[in-house]
Design a binder for this molecule. Structure first.
Ligand code: HEM
Length: 186
């Protein structure tokens, strides 16, 4: 009888703990960031780590890097804006990937932070400096608003190529649109 009572008590406590866990889950108000939707902080194997980079990477950062790299290739083939990237494309054509790696890292940092990542920092040039040919000799000319729109089209095409949903692409584009005044006409 005593044993049966103990068992009953244990079962009761177990049930209570399950209820209280789910209760606290239900009551908590966690807000999902765009970074979470793009994969979040779960660590996964990085099949193509940058030189000296870690072999594990957050899923969100990996997905953003895939979008960025694929976008750079879309831009390279886009005759309406690829002239801006003349320096980069000449280097890549000559087999020098240092500028590509640096742009990939900076853009991935920038978009990760903009999407809500908290484990990374953007340490590159400010947006006005990065897009002012008098400050950054790697950009061939000041960006027009038409070129900015085309850049966003290329980001969408790059993201589509790596399987990002239209809904998430729209959210990424909305973030990037806010940067337009700091990029255009510098
Ligand atoms: C939301 C839009 C944009 C963002 C967030 C962005 C971000 C960046 C970042 C982070 C860099 C690297 C800065 C550094 O080296 O420290 C960069 C460089 C550059 N951006 Fe943008 N950019 C945007 C739009 C554009 C547009 C519309 C163009 C031209 C059509 C453009 C052309 C360039 C070029 C040519 C460089 C130099 C690339 C190199 O290093 O070879 N960007 N941008």
């Amino acid at each position: 009888m005593k044993t049966a009572l103990c068992c009953l008590l244990a079962v009761g406590l177990f049930a209570l703990s399950i209820t209280s866990c789910s209760k606290s889950k239900n009551n908590s108000t966690t807000t999902m960031t765009l970074y979470d939707s793009l994969g979040g902080t779960t660590l996964v194997e990085d099949a193509n780590p940058p030189d000296n980079g870690p072999s594990m990477i957050q899923q969100g950062r990996l997905n953003i890097r895939k979008v960025i790299d694929s976008t750079i290739f879309v831009i390279a083939a886009d005759d309406s804006i690829n002239r801006y990237f003349h320096t980069l494309l000449s280097e890549v054509g000559a087999g020098n990937l240092s500028g590509f790696d640096s742009l990939s890292r900076n853009l991935t940092d920038f978009v990760s932070v903009a999407a809500g990542a908290t484990s990374y920092l953007y340490t590159g040039l400010t947006m006005p400096d990065a897009h002012n040919p008098n400050v950054n000799p790697r950009i061939a000319a000041a960006v027009t608003s038409g070129a900015f729109s085309e850049f966003l089209n290329d980001v969408a095409a790059g993201a589509t190529q790596v399987g990002v949903s239209t809904m998430l692409i729209d959210q990424v584009a909305a973030k990037l649109e806010t940067v337009e005044p700091a990029v255009v006409g510098q």
